[in-house]
Ligand binder design. Structure first.
Ligand SMILES: Nc1ncnc2c1ncn2[C@@H]1O[C@H](COP(=O)(O)OP(=O)(O)OP(=O)(O)O)[C@@H](O)[C@H]1O
Length: 264
């Protein structure tokens, strides 16, 4: 079986600033990979490279066996959360509908088969109770469930998720990450999941890609999320402790990322 994602010696730089280099990564179908790192380390830019929006500065990237290209329907994408306002006059279910027929706003005559498919997706993400309400009135967690429905509409071979749990409470974090996990288990989608906090998805994660100041470490959480590895990555002393089933990262006078908030 060929890899869903193949990066070889990949490098991305803007001007004189290298976000990451020496990135060698194969993601297999059905694999759940978390992308971690401090603000500005290039996590979103990695997703943009996979989406064909951002060319690499060096090395190579193959996505589902081909060069990356914009608008690849084999890829599902959950962008960083943008809460809707009243100027977006759509119902919750329409958010899912965009995944079925593309964002053709103002097209009310969706085919019956498509309407049924939207209804099935709405049920799949547990959104029946609020799918008919105006999308902008929905809570962050409700909107996020519908965005997952949109991203998995075509059961994509590759699912890219950019901080999909931001601003969700613990119950909704578990619900949304569970939906994404189910997608990869039932349909073999490879998942690239950008997050500041690995804890809400720790039970699902096969490997992490950790980016800091151009340096990269890749491996299972137990191998990468350790004091020696993170201290080397951050070039300062970092303590990593396990509290029950959570990982807490504490930097010496330095807050590498929000794992530390788990301690409070
Ligand atoms: N097209 C661009 N031109 C120049 N700089 C860019 C461009 N796109 C992104 N950057 C810069 O690259 C850096 C990495 O951005 P990116 O959004 O990938 O970070 P991130 O790791 O996702 O951060 P965060 O955790 O804050 O979301 C940032 O400093 C950003 O300003």
């Amino acid at each position: 079986m060929s890899a869903s994602l193949e990066l070889r010696d990949a490098r991305l730089a803007f001007g004189g600033r290298t976000l990451w280099r020496d990135l060698d990564l194969d993601v297999q179908p059905g694999e759940f990979v978390a992308v971690l790192g401090p603000n500005g380390s290039g996590k979103t830019t990695l997703l943009k490279a996979v989406l064909g929006i951002q060319p690499l500065s060096g090395g190579s990237l193959r996505v589902l066996g081909r060069a990356p290209s914009r608008g690849d329907r084999r890829i599902g994408y959950i962008p960083q959360q943008r809460l809707l306002d009243a100027s977006t006059p759509v119902r919750g279910a329409d958010l899912v509908g965009f995944g079925v027929d593309g964002p053709r706003l103002g097209l009310p005559f969706r085919r019956r088969a498509d309407r049924e498919r939207v209804a099935r997706l709405v049920a799949e993400v547990g959104a029946e109770g609020f799918a008919d309400r105006p999308a902008w009135r929905l809570s962050g967690g409700e909107q996020q469930r519908l965005r997952v429905g949109q991203a998995i509409a075509d059961h994509p071979a590759l699912l890219l998720c950019d901080e999909p749990l931001i601003s969700l409470d613990l119950a909704n974090q578990a619900a949304v990450s569970g939906l994404i996990d189910r997608q990869r288990r039932e349909h073999g989608s490879a998942v690239l999941f950008v997050t500041h906090d690995v804890n809400p998805v720790l039970e699902h994660v096969d490997r992490v890609v950790y980016l800091v100041d151009g340096r990269v470490r890749i491996g299972p959480p137990d191998e990468v999320l350790t004091s020696p590895v993170l201290s080397e990555l951050y070039r300062t002393h970092i303590d990593v402790v396990r509290v029950h089933d959570r990982i807490v990262v504490v930097g010496a006078g330095h807050d590498p990322h929000e794992h530390a908030e788990e301690a409070s």
